[in-house]
Design a protein around this ligand. Structure first.
Ligand SMILES: Cc1cc2nc3c(=O)[nH]c(=O)nc-3n(C[C@H](O)[C@H](O)[C@H](O)COP(=O)(O)OP(=O)(O)OC[C@H]3O[C@@H](n4cnc5c(N)ncnc54)[C@H](O)[C@@H]3O)c2cc1C
Length: 88
C-alpha cells in the first residue's frame, strides 16, 4: 500500500515523487514506457537551469537515478483505469 501513487515518470512525476519521498511518504511511480517522459526523445535541452546544454536521455537518467536513490518504488506498468471509491 502506498501513500502516493504517481502515474508517469516524466519530469512532472519525478518531481512530485522527490517531494513526496522527502516528506517520508511511501511512493510508487507507474511508467508504461521509458522513465524520463518526452525528455528521452529530446536530443538537446538548452533551457534547463544549471545546464547550458544537456542531452535529453542523460538528464532523464540523472532525474531517474535521483528518485530511485530516494527510495521510490518503480512499477513498469501502464495505468489502465482509475476508480474513485470514496467521496474525497
Ligand atoms: C520534441 C520535443 C522537444 C522538447 N524540447 C524541450 C526542451 O528543449 N526544453 C523544454 O523545457 N521542454 C521541451 N519539451 C517539452 C517537455 O518535453 C515537456 O514539457 C515535459 O516532458 C513535460 O513533462 P511531463 O512529466 O508533464 O510529461 P511527459 O514528459 O510527457 O511524461 C509523462 C510520462 O507519463 C507516462 N504515462 C502516460 N500515461 C501513462 C499511464 N497511463 N500509465 C503509466 N505511465 C503513463 C508517459 O509514458 C511519460 O513517460 C519538448 C517536447 C518535445 C515533444
Amino acid at each position: 500500500m502506498y501513500d502516493v501513487l504517481i502515474i508517469g515518470a516524466g519530469p512532472a512525476g519525478i518531481s512530485a515523487a522527490i517531494y513526496a519521498l522527502r516528506n517520508n511518504l511511501k511512493v510508487g511511480i507507474l511508467e508504461g514506457e521509458a522513465p524520463g517522459g518526452k525528455m528521452v526523445f529530446t536530443a538537446t535541452i538548452e533551457n534547463y537551469p544549471g545546464y547550458e546544454s544537456i542531452n535529453g536521455p542523460d538528464l532523464a537518467y540523472s532525474m531517474f537515478n535521483q528518485v530511485m536513490n530516494l527510495g521510490v518504488n518503480y512499477l513498469a506498468f501502464n495505468a489502465e483505469s482509475l476508480k474513485k471509491e470514496n467521496d474525497y
